[in-house]
Design a protein around this ligand. Structure first.
Ligand SMILES: Cc1cc2nc3c(=O)[nH]c(=O)nc-3n(C[C@H](O)[C@H](O)[C@H](O)COP(=O)(O)O)c2cc1C
Length: 388
């Protein structure tokens, strides 16, 4: 079992998954991911969520080591996503008397996911602010609808002041990943929860009324110190405000000529004193990282080759993903390239026009096939406009 100490009576029983190829079948996780699950040892022993079916064996071993012959009284289902509820039926079969704590939507979804016969005496239905006493511990539940599934709820353990935050404050990376919290937490949040900024803000308002000493999320490390830092990041991310000044240049190039222009713009920006300039090759680099950085910095340049009268597809995907994640409040510049009828700037601007509070900067830079010395002046002008 992972060497994670929370308190004498709250035990980590989660598992690391270092073999997964793609989390949610779309996110690379170079350092794996953890599926967190916890046991509260008290008169009524309570399991806080299960784990993905990929981790069944390790999780059951951790449970056995923690429980021995004792039987759990409750399982709390904060969230039905299979990476957390994947072993719910395993648990219900193993402990036929265990009671499930959830909200009305939880039970609707349980019936959709599992063929289990949950009689009324096995269901404990909770609503906003309800408490369940376990002995010396008391769990208080707060609904977090659409953070990022409709049935999500978080639980606050009153005696030890611990927030079981569901996917909130989660991070990619196994628990022993030696990496800072921020980048992989941002990539996780923006790509998975980013669409639901308003709902996250609502949850943060509720959390602000609680005295929280420890945050136990469903992925990534247990947060015990400096909680203001993590909560501050969540306040910024969920409000769609940039974290810092900087320019992301996202480039979609077929044969490399648009990339030459994008690299030249990066060089010009740096020469002019822009500290943070990050260039992404959308055809090759990790797109969720590009999306996360687009949120991180205050300015974005999109550079794309024309393709069949449209936008080279990886750029179109990038822009659609930004829209899906409610990208807003940014300054955007455009570089287009085409050999006979460059057409991407207008089309990229049309997609950006569907987003809130986007400020377009001029000039739009047009490259005809390959960048020439004469094009550098356009790039200089774009850099000046971005830095104005
Ligand atoms: C399949 C395909 C479709 C293309 N469609 C267009 C087009 O609709 N309009 C245009 O001006 N150029 C079009 N091009 C040409 C490229 O956009 C152009 O050569 C551009 O300079 C490529 O930039 P790159 O070197 O960054 O890939 C197309 C190229 C390919 C391979």
């Amino acid at each position: 079992m992972k060497d994670v100490f929370i308190s004498d009576s709250i035990v980590y029983v989660g598992v690391d998954d270092k073999n997964i190829d793609l989390f949610e079948s779309q996110y690379v996780v170079p350092n794996g991911v953890s599926y967190n699950s916890y046991v509260i040892l008290d008169d009524k022993i309570t399991i806080m969520d299960t784990v993905d079916r990929r981790g069944t064996e390790g999780w059951l071993a951790n449970l056995k080591e923690t429980l021995g012959d004792k039987k759990p009284y409750y399982v709390v289902v904060s969230h039905l996503e299979p990476d957390h509820a994947g072993n719910l039926k395993t648990l219900l079969d193993l402990y036929p008397d265990i009671k499930v704590i959830g909200n009305p939507k939880t039970f609707t979804m349980i019936a959709q996911f599992f063929d289990v016969d949950l009689s009324d005496d096995r269901k404990v239905v909770v609503g906003e602010g309800d408490t369940v006493n376990l002995g010396t511990h008391t769990l208080q539940f707060f609904m977090a609808p659409l953070v990022h599934w409709p049935e999500v709820m978080v639980a606050y353990e009153q005696s030890e002041k611990i927030l079981f935050s569901a996917d909130g404050f989660g991070k990619f990376g196994a628990l022993d990943a030696d990496e800072p919290w921020e980048d992989e937490a941002r990539r996780y949040f923006i790509n998975i929860v980013g669409k639901y900024g308003v709902q996250v803000q609502n949850l943060l308002k509720k959390a602000a009324t609680l005295d929280i000493q420890i945050i136990c999320p469903l992925h990534g490390p247990i947060l015990k110190e400096n909680l203001g830092y993590y909560i501050g990041k969540y306040l910024t991310w969920s409000s769609y405000e940039p974290e810092e000044k900087g320019v992301v240049i996202a480039c979609a190039s077929i044969h490399g000529n648009t990339m030459i222009a994008a690299k030249k713009l990066a060089e010009i920006l740096k020469a002019k004193g822009e500290k943070n300039v990050v260039l992404y090759d959308l055809a090759r680099d990790d797109m969720p990282s590009a999306i996360a950085d687009a949120y991180r910095y205050d300015r974005l340049v999109v550079a794309a080759a024309s393709y069949d009268g449209g936008i080279f597809p990886c750029m179109e995907t990038f822009l659609r993903k930004l829209k899906a994640k409610n990208f807003q409040k940014r300054t955007v510049g455009y570089i287009q390239n085409g050999t006979w009828a460059p057409c991407t700037a207008k089309q990229m601007q049309a997609i950006m026009g569907e987003l809130k509070n986007i400020t377009n900067v001029e000039p739009v830079v047009t490259i005809k096939s390959a960048m020439k010395e004469a094009d550098v002046a356009q790039l200089e002008a774009l850099a000046d406009a971005l830095m104005a």
